[in-house]
Design a protein around this ligand. Structure first.
Ligand code: SAH
Length: 479
């Protein structure tokens, strides 16, 4: 992040605009909207600025700029068309630690002004840090279209009720839910329909109900959510919605940082990543933790890579919730097999090459063997996808050949599929284990075995970012 976003309170504060042209007029108007006392220094004024002066909206000093003039101001804008003057304004402000912005000169700015969507008191600011102002403006236009004007009145109504809600609805979590109910329920609907008195009445009613409910314990619930294979764009809308309303999130190493970033910022984050060979113990701990947090009245998000019901132990996690009668919901995610296959250009089924597809795990047991139905996996005309198969890759390939597949049978390994660090190695049952050893492959990886792998030669489309080698990172040491 190159800039730290803040909203400045400038009501009644003295602000200086240096320059009297059209740009200065726009800047002065923006400051006036925020309630600032605006002074303009310029030897001459455009009609626009002169109009503002005549209307007594701002004051004017008819003069050239001098260093001492910035003294005492909270904020300064250099809006002259003379770069040397703008530079002098900048230098004067820097000396006195006054925030300064010179129009169209990023080097002469200690703050920049974002594009805004103004539904005051709801205010949305968008910035590209000066790199792509057109992009920022495009987003502004999109948001303008998405946010009805009445949202400002809704926010103002909320503001009027804020302290009463604080008094009658105890606890942060309870209040959070109260406001969600207001902004997603009948109060918002009425306000957006232009019925402000009805909206206010509905808010009174919601508040009375919430005050009554405050006597009973807050009910917790659990959302078991599939986060997909890594690319945040592959989240479902429902996953995203629940990620925004959770109080606490339990995640493991298959959830990429880019996805975790989309979880509500003030939700508590608990890393429950498993280490190899400690599965059972950790799993029980996670099940218990889910129950305990929900009992405390929390909305708990259990975020899992891929799909929670595919090699995700999701069934076990909700079994304990069901036993304890804790409400839960399950949100499917794109499983690694479909994500990796799509992004690697390898269709899992194909009329000419594979009429079925099996998902299995290639994780070796403690005796070093992989206990699978090899004769069934080695049948031709199908695709086999091995999850958790990096360590066991040599055994997998050996067994498939031993059970009848030719050494030349195509196989691919997808590293960190769908992410910037995606790499795809294609070879055969004979060559793939050695290739994996030669390339420094990083988990998680998925192995796809079948004739369909050949299609990648013509169907590959996703390149990832060659400079990125790892997006999952190793979180083994997190608390
Ligand atoms: N529930 C998950 C699977 C969990 S098992 C799902 O539906 O995808 C963990 C295994 O999934 C990893 O060992 C790896 O084989 C696979 N995997 C998960 N994400 C992956 C990714 N982005 N790229 C490659 N393999 C991945």
């Amino acid at each position: 992040m190159d800039y730290f976003p803040v909203f400045l309170r400038l009501k009644g504060e003295p602000c200086l605009v240096v320059g009297g042209g059209e740009v200065a007029a726009r800047k002065a108007e923006a400051l006036l909207r925020a309630g600032a006392h605006v002074h303009v220094v310029a030897p001459a004024l455009s009609d626009e600025v002169a109009g503002l002066v005549d209307a007594r909206k701002l004051t004017h000093r008819k003069a050239r700029f001098h260093f001492w003039q910035v003294r005492g101001y909270r904020l300064v804008v250099a809006a002259t068309d003379d770069m040397a003057t703008n530079r002098r304004v900048y230098t004067a402000c820097r000396k006195r630690n006054i925030p300064v912005n010179a129009v169209d000169a990023p080097d002469l700015c200690t703050y920049i002004t974002p594009a805004i969507v103004d539904r005051s008191p709801l205010l949305i600011a968008i910035s590209s840090g000066g790199d792509a102002p057109v992009l920022a403006r495009m987003w502004r236009a999109r948001l303008e279209g998405m946010i009805p004007a009445a949202y400002g009145r809704l926010a103002a109504l909320a503001g009027r009720f804020r302290s009463r809600v604080k008094d009658s609805v105890p606890g942060f979590d309870r209040r959070l839910r109260f406001w969600e109910q207001v902004f997603e329920g009948p109060v918002a609907t009425r306000m957006l329909a232009g019925q402000e008195p009805a909206a206010e009445a509905a808010l009174e009613e919601t508040l009375a109900q919430a005050a009554e409910d405050a006597q009973t314990p807050l009910g917790g619930e659990v959302y078991l959510v599939g986060a997909g294979p890594g690319d945040p764009d592959l989240l479902t809308l429902r996953a995203l919605r629940l990620m925004q309303r959770t109080d606490v999130v339990l995640y493991d190493r298959l959830v990429t940082p880019g996805i975790l970033d989309l979880v509500r910022k003030d939700a508590e984050r608990i890393y429950v990543g498993k280490r190899r060979n400690l599965h059972t113990l950790r799993q029980e701990g996670i099940n218990e933790l889910l129950v305990r947090l929900a009992r405390e009245g929390k909305r708990v998000l259990r975020l899992k890579g891929g799909d929670p019901f595919i090699f995700g132990r999701g069934g076990e996690e909700i079994a304990s919730l069901a036993e304890e009668k804790i409400p839960f919901e399950v949100v499917p995610g794109i499983t690694a097999a479909s994500g990796c296959a799509a992004y690697a250009g390898i269709p899992l089924t194909h009329r000419d090459y594979a009429h079925s597809c099996q998902f299995v795990t290639g994780h070796p047991a403690s005796n070093g063997e992989i206990d699978l139905d090899w004769p069934s996996l080695a049948r031709p005309g199908q695709t086999v996808v091995f999850y958790m198969g990096l360590q066991g890759l040599p055994i997998m390939c050996r067994e498939l050949m031993a059970h009848g597949l030719p050494a030349s049978h195509p196989a691919a390994l997808v590293q960190q599929g769908t992410t910037a660090a995606q790499r795809v190695l294609t070879g055969t049952l004979e060559t793939l284990p050695r290739m994996a050893e030669e390339h420094e492959v990083r988990a998680p990886t998925l192995t796809i075995v079948g004739e369909v792998v050949r299609l990648r030669d013509s169907l590959a489309w996703f390149t990832g970012d060659q400079t990125v080698t790892d997006v999952f990172g190793t979180r083994e040491n997190q608390p």
